[in-house]
Ligand binder design. Structure first.
Ligand SMILES: [Zn+2]
Length: 470
């Protein structure tokens, strides 16, 4: 591995005592298999095992961390090959897209994106000098050459990364045919799905009404009635479970939950279905559905993940031209203590329910999330997420949650990515940051080194398996 792009001691404590302990801890978790219980890679990659087309479409166009930064510095998304909704022309020349990215690679200094990319450049492609305008073409040629070889196909990279299991995320409207093809192929890789019902749970989702109709057709239920709609969820959850799913995932604007009497819930459902509803009705419906999902989880044992607090599609002109997931989602402050109460009043004491909470509001870690997870048996804390999936974000997460929730009310790491080459890098960052945090506790004599070894192993491997029932 090149020393110029990735240093062996990266992210370890700067003081020699802590660094020596962190090195020892990391050495015992470095090669553990990757458990990836939440993410957004494309299941077609594993089903088809086709070569990735070119460096731009491997690294740039699927990764909103990259193109949002370039956009913020004045690069039009069209110039990066991002497809427009209206079908208007965008850049298709992969080398030109790559050069635009390479010339601006300095923009990523100090960001986790730069750590992930350098790790992938060095360890996957053997590159040794920093990406820049000067090295852009050399990079493009080397990566292109590699992508043509069998060892750079998706299944080979899965193996090289030592992935034990990886979850993708699908909507209830997905037929999961890629997952079936993966199984039918006899390949040993374990790719499972996760149930993400936002398109049929969020009345403000594009095409909500027609999604509900399609949902009914797929599930064989009358989804224009409340009972048929709930039955459709139960049936699709069971179908997803048959395709390996152990979790559901809910990306709501807030953490609001509700537990309405069923006749009121039915009236609300008919109202949002009619299209004649207010923003508050939509919010209340999503809130009710989290409680309905918790009820179903008690029956089918699926883990319930809540990812609240993203103001989606904040930039209306970019949303109009390019659609969702384009880097224009901005965190908001999130209240958990009051808004989760209806769900917790009903199910917070259940030993058999597992609700994993995420946040885009770091101020909630010590004030709300750690105290909730440190009390309610049903609650666990998901790792630092999205904007905080970074060395300092992970560090803050441990600093602000451990004293109240401990390590064992957390669930290890999620890479949460659609950027396939970054998966090994992201897990490596999490392991290094956790080992560094533990090393400091050992150096301060707050933890025995033997205990720290156990915790490091659990955070990297045992906890995600247990929390996600894998
Ligand atoms: Zn996600």
């Amino acid at each position: 591995m090149s020393q110029s792009l990735v240093h062996a001691d990266r992210l370890f404590p700067a003081d020699p005592t802590g660094r020596a302990i962190a090195r020892r801890l990391y050495e015992t978790v470095r090669t553990l298999p990757i458990i990836s219980p939440h993410g957004h890679t494309n299941p077609a990659w594993y089903a088809d095992d086709a070569p990735f087309p070119d460096p731009a479409r491997l690294f740039v166009t699927p990764d909103h961390y990259i193109f949002r930064m370039l956009y913020s510095q004045g690069v039009p998304l069209e110039d990066l090959g991002i497809a427009r909704r209206d079908g208007a022309a965008v850049e298709t020349d992969a080398r030109r897209i790559w050069r635009r990215f390479a010339e601006r690679y300095y923009l990523f200094r100090g960001t986790p994106t730069r750590l992930w990319l350098d790790h992938a450049f060095a360890t996957l492609f053997g590159l040794e000098s920093r990406l820049s305008a000067e090295t852009a073409d050399g990079y493009f040629d080397r990566i292109s050459e590699c992508l043509a070889k069998p060892e750079f196909r998706p299944r080979a990279i899965y193996q090289q990364f030592n992935i034990e299991v990886i979850a993708t995320t699908e909507s209830p409207l997905d037929d999961l045919s890629h997952h079936r093809r993966i199984r039918a192929s006899g390949w040993h890789g374990r790719v499972i799905t996760a149930y993400r019902p936002d398109p049929v749970v969020n009345p403000e989702f594009d095409g909500f009404r027609s999604n509900i109709e399609k949902f009914g057709a797929i599930a064989g239920c009358d989804t224009l009635s409340w009972s048929g709609y709930l039955e459709a969820h139960r049936k699709r959850r069971s179908f997803f479970k048959d395709h390996g799913a152990t979790s559901t995932d809910h990306g709501h604007p807030t953490a609001r939950t509700a537990d309405l009497p069923q006749p009121d819930a039915e009236r609300l459902f008919l109202k949002v279905l009619s299209g004649n509803f207010t923003a508050d009705d939509a919010e209340l419906f999503r809130a009710q559905m989290l409680t309905e999902m918790a009820r179903m989880s008690l029956d089918d044992q699926m883990v319930l993940q809540i990812h609240p607090g993203s103001f989606r599609n904040h930039n209306p002109s970019v949303h109009a031209r390019f659609g969702r997931d384009i880097g224009a989602d901005i965190p908001t402050s999130t209240d958990y203590v009051h808004l989760l109460k209806p769900l917790l009043d009903q199910y917070g004491n259940e030993q058999n329910l597992s609700v994993i909470l995420f946040t885009l509001d770091e101020t909630s870690y010590s004030r709300e999330l750690a105290p909730l997870a440190g009390h309610y048996p049903a609650i666990k804390l998901g790792p630092a997420w999205w904007f905080y999936d970074s060395p300092d974000g992970m560090r803050r997460f441990r600093e602000l949650t451990t004293e109240t929730a401990g390590f064992y009310n957390t669930v290890g790491f999620n890479d949460d990515t659609r950027a396939f080459p970054s998966i090994a890098a992201r897990h490596d960052v999490a392991r290094r940051v956790d080992c560094s945090f533990l090393a400091d506790l050992v150096a301060q004599h707050r933890l025995d080194e033997s205990e720290a070894h156990e915790v490091a192993h659990d955070l990297a491997y045992a906890l995600p398996k247990r929390a996600y029932r894998l």
